[in-house]
Design a binder for this molecule. Structure first.
Ligand code: ZN
Length: 217
């Protein structure tokens, strides 16, 4: 389905891009043993690494005023691709896919450059190595000289504006993500938590998220 001009609203920020900054196609995926047809949009920000993939599940019968359920997912090579048990990214992504395919309008904004909360793949693994020696997630990030969370949600907010989704239900356990999107002008009508059961490898990581980063998990 095409995003029509009528669905677009003015960009939240007045940044005009010279490039053709979004492209769209159809992406059939296999999920839970069935084929699901999704709209796929790719976006390019100003910096080369600022790219995002947006997957949209849209029921053609959905009322025009239905609020989209949106997951802004930070890319995680170890979790999303290799199902690492040191974090909960893979389970969160699967839960997000389940949610978005069960509602009339569901969206995943997948942000690869948010790897390791924005510190990148190398420093993430470096921080893991320090955690092997007993540091927690927050301490390890400080030790590798990376901020605890350096993700920015600017591109995600601009994508939502481009899609005409100025009011959303946010799929997230992270109050800081909700605040960041709100600060960028996105109306968050509701935040829907994603409940994941811990495993022995990520119990400490999830505890740290809860204790030190105010995640509601
Ligand atoms: Zn992860």
């Amino acid at each position: 389905m095409k995003v029509t001009d009528g669905m677009k609203s003015g960009a939240l920020k007045s940044v005009e891009l010279d490039l053709d900054w979004s492209v769209q196609t159809v992406l059939p995926i296999e999920f839970n043993g069935r084929e699901v047809m999704l709209e796929a949009h790719a976006y390019q920000g100003e910096a080369p690494e600022e790219q995002a993939l947006v997957l949209i599940h849209r029921d053609p019968e959905a009322p025009a005023d239905v609020l989209p359920v949106v997951r802004v997912h930070s890319g995680c090579v170890t979790g999303d691709i290799f199902h690492s048990l040191r974090c909960d990214c893979y389970q969160q992504l699967q839960e997000a896919l389940r949610h978005i395919t069960e509602v009339p309008l569901g969206v995943i904004i997948y942000v690869p450059y948010h790897e390791g909360r924005g510190i990148g793949l190398f420093k993430k693994i470096q921080a893991y190595a320090l955690q092997d020696q007993g540091l927690d997630t927050v301490e390890a990030n400080i030790e590798v000289g990376a901020p605890i969370d350096s993700r920015d949600y600017d591109l995600a907010a601009r994508i939502l504006a481009d899609l005409g989704m100025n009011e959303i239900k946010l799929l997230s356990n992270n109050p800081a993500k909700e605040q960041a999107l709100k600060a960028l002008g996105v109306r968050v009508a509701d935040r829907v938590p994603i409940v994941i059961s811990p495993n022995p490898h990520n119990q400490r990581y999830l505890d740290t998220k809860r204790r030190r980063m105010a995640h509601k998990i």
